[in-house]
Design a protein around this ligand. Structure first.
Ligand code: SF4
Length: 667
């Protein structure tokens, strides 16, 4: 038995460090690495599931070419020659912009991102801007603070009040929960704001359930009262912020009665919450990502940031508005990774609009070859039916994956790639902490699986793309962390010794010195937001579909929300047979209204498509809301993005996936 260190590659807040035991080229156990302070005591079932996933019989183990009679096994030389020929033909006839590179976060390894340099070495490509999950919030916090930084989790022990706003750590960030509960034991009050009665809400002192997409109005209503009752931190506002006068004038328009009508919360509750937040200092806010997946999502985050600034809950122990923590990324050589030195041509489209972009925008030149990795866009991107049609029209599609996902099944060439533990890589993909983990190659992959880096190296040789590195993986990793080595003295050798906390990472962001905005202040009024097409002041705007009377007339009246489940992470992780059957969750009132009972089969539809699944009646769901967990594949019958749209949020080129009204009926 041999023991190694590695880390979880999943797109999870926590990024656990692992101790992996291996015998006879087989992973025997995955346990938490006690050297990691945050995740060292336990890992979740998703982490343990890696063991069986590595050896699942349905793992893709050799390249596949689609023929008239279905997929046929082929050899790597043949597969690479075909891919190279298609790319070469597209380059010569239409140029590099006819190549589409689509990727996402299905695997958190740093080396997987080197594909971007491959396309730059070919002259460029068409690639997305923005994201499906979090970029509205990133844009919002960048406008307000200049950068996106979170408080260290152990700083919660300094908080007197913790507001978990739209985040469900009990299901999706399990290692944050002990820090929250410990602070509560020390006397902090815990409030959860979430339309759904989540597992975290069940642990709180108070659960506040505003209507979906009304959180921004709630924050502005709280700001209105805090200013009116002179509960603001005048020193912070005077010395560390800009634009307060304009903000104060704007929030006059959000009195508690008006906000009550928008949120569905009694005005007295809004007033009490505002007073509590302003007086129970220091107060920490932990933001989730669901509340910014609406067409007003970026402004929602900005309104909540403003609350913290008003009350001086910024830069103080126990305070902050923690959304994400991008402290490690600046120490990675992203310019090299992206191939900026190769001066590539690039054509951008907003990621959530992939279907519409393929149908209408990406015409000159048309996309000829698509390369997809770490992603399953045919069920992950909104308006899936339109995307399936547009995807089918691309002449040649290459998908690299470990399993035959919906997207792989629609490809012309499928390349089997390695999983973590079968390859060497570096992991720093936590959204909340600042650990880096090195993961060695521990076991051989099954069949003929190859690391994407090797696939790209081979293709680069075939295509004469000399700008792509042909270095061993270890040397490339060392090159990619050169900024970390130069500025923090951390080498790959040190990272090999075990999980390492980024030296100098800030536990309490913005405690000293200026903010990273242009004027060095917290921006209540952000000209940068205005310059990029949003508004300088955060504001509340009703979500797009809510105001559509035609939809209401057609019966589309209920919010369709698709949060992350506890047992899986996105479709890349929800493999056939691994989860219980999909379910449609709805309140007893809504079930009764539609004659639905527990176990019935229901159809949930939007103007774009539908899904069908078994009904689960739950008092945890608000009355006008239908909930289905995300990640289901098409064959399950419950692929949620058949219903969602390809619309964008108000900033950050992000998918407004939760702006979706639906109707429900018994099948
Ligand atoms: S999914 Fe998250 S909590 Fe579970 S093992 Fe991976 S990083 Fe840890």
């Amino acid at each position: 038995m041999k023991t190694y260190r590695s880390a979880c590659p999943l797109n999870c807040w926590d990024q656990c460090s692992f101790i992996v035991k291996v015998k006879d080229n087989t992973v025997v156990s995955i346990e938490p690495d006690p050297a990691q302070k945050i995740t060292g005591r336990f890992i979740c079932a998703k982490g343990r599931k890696h063991i069986s996933r590595l050896r699942r019989p349905d793992r893709l183990t050799f390249p596949l070419i689609k023929t008239a009679s279905g997929f046929q096994q082929t050899s790597w030389p043949e597969a690479l020659a075909l891919a190279a020929a298609k790319i070469k033909e597209a380059l010569s006839r239409y140029g590099p912009l006819s190549l589409l590179h689509y990727y996402d976060s299905g695997h958190g390894g740093l080396l997987k991102n080197i594909e971007s340099r491959f396309f730059s070495a070919l002259g460029g490509c068409t690639v997305h801007k923005g994201s499906l999950c979090w970029s509205a919030g990133l844009a919002a916090q960048t406008y307000d603070f200049g950068a996106v930084l979170s408080h260290a989790l152990d700083d919660l022990s300094n908080s007197r009040l913790i507001i978990v706003w739209g985040r469900n750590p009990a299901a999706t960030a399990r290692h944050q929960l002990p820090f929250i509960l410990k602070a509560r034991q020390k006397g902090a009050r815990l409030i959860v704001i979430d339309p759904l009665y989540t597992a975290t809400a069940a642990l709180a002192d108070e659960h506040i359930s505003p209507r979906p997409a009304s959180d921004g109005a709630l924050a502005l209503g709280m700001a209105h009262l805090i200013i009116k009752e002179k509960l603001v931190d005048e020193v912070f506002i005077r010395e560390r912020s800009s634009g307060f006068a304009a903000f104060r004038q704007m929030v006059e328009d959000y009195p508690p009665e008006k906000v009550s009508a928008i949120t569905g919360l009694p005005a007295g509750h809004i007033i009490r919450l505002a007073r509590l937040y302003a007086t129970a200092r220091p107060a920490a806010i932990l933001l989730g990502y669901g509340l910014q997946r609406h067409s007003n999502g970026g402004n929602t985050i900005r309104a909540i940031d403003a609350l913290a600034a008003l009350t001086g809950n910024i830069g103080v122990p126990g305070g902050g508005v923690s959304y994400a923590n991008l402290q490690v990324a600046p120490y990675i050589d992203s310019d090299y990774l992206e191939g900026e030195d190769l001066k590539p041509q690039r054509r951008y489209y907003p990621k959530p609009r992939l279907a519409a972009a393929l149908q209408h925008q990406l015409k000159e030149p048309p996309v000829q070859v698509a390369y997809i990795s770490r992603a399953n866009p045919l069920v992950q991107v909104g308006d899936s039916a339109a995307l399936k049609r547009a995807f089918a029209a691309i002449p040649f599609k290459i998908v690299s994956d470990q399993f035959m996902t919906d997207t792989a099944a629609a490809a012309d060439l499928v390349l089997p790639c390695t999983a973590f533990l079968e390859e060497e890589d570096l992991y720093y993909n936590s959204m909340s902490h600042c650990y880096l983990n090195y993961g060695p190659k521990i076991v051989d992959p099954p069949g003929q699986c190859r690391h994407e880096y090797e696939i790209m190296q081979a293709l680069a040789r075939e295509l004469g793309a000399t700008g792509f590195p042909q270095l061993p993986a270890e040397e490339l990793l060392a090159k990619l962390i050169l900024p970390l080595t130069r500025e923090k003295g951390i080498t790959l050798q040190q990272l090999k010794a075990g999980p390492l906390w980024l030296p100098g990472a800030k536990s309490i962001p913005w405690r000293h010195g200026p903010f990273a905005t242009a004027d060095g202040k917290f921006n209540f009024y952000a000209s940068a937001a205005e310059n990029e097409g949003s508004t300088a002041l955060p504001h509340y705007q009703a979500p797009r579909e809510l105001g559509n009377s035609r939809l209401h007339r057609q019966g589309f009246r209920y919010w369709f929300v698709t949060p992350h489940p506890a047992d899986s992470i996105h479709s890349a992780h929800r493999l056939p047979g691994e989860s219980k059957k999909p379910q449609v969750y709805l309140s007893p009132q809504l079930a009764e209204e539609h004659g639905l009972a527990q176990g019935d089969r229901a159809r949930v539809s939007s103007p774009r498509g539908f899904l069908e699944a078994e009904v689960s009646v739950s008092p945890k769901i608000p009355p006008a809301t239908v909930m289905v967990y995300e990640g289901w594949w098409e064959h399950s019958g419950a692929a949620v993005n058949n219903l969602t749209s390809g619309e964008l949020t108000d900033m950050g080129n992000q998918a407004a996936l939760y702006d979706c009204l639906c109707k429900i009926e018994k099948v």
